[in-house]
Design a protein around this ligand. Structure first.
Ligand SMILES: [Zn+2]
Length: 87
């Protein structure tokens, strides 16, 4: 097999591995956090006036709870890792 084809196969395997990692991480988050399992949305922070111009951004440590309150997300670190997009 020409080396270019081998490289393409290898790149395919790497991206597959990355997808598997993402699926596994998301699955783990739903196992850890009952609110993630229920599909509850994460809180978003619209007012980052101190931090700069990042705009509206998910706060992965917090879920929007019943009645508009906030509840802790036990899988916050996992979602932060996923957001980085690399492993
Ligand atoms: Zn959660």
């Amino acid at each position: 097999m020409p080396s270019e084809d081998l490289l393409r196969v290898f790149q395919g395997l790497v991206s597959l591995d990355c997808i598997a990692w993402r699926v596994g991480m998301a699955h783990a988050a739903r196992l850890i956090c009952s609110r993630c399992a229920a599909g509850d949305p994460h809180h978003t922070n619209a007012l980052r006036s101190i931090g700069g111009s990042e705009g509206r951004h998910p706060v992965y440590d917090l879920h929007v709870a019943e009645g508009g309150g906030l509840a802790e997300c036990w899988a916050g670190p996992i979602w932060k890792e996923l957001e980085k997009g690399e492993h």
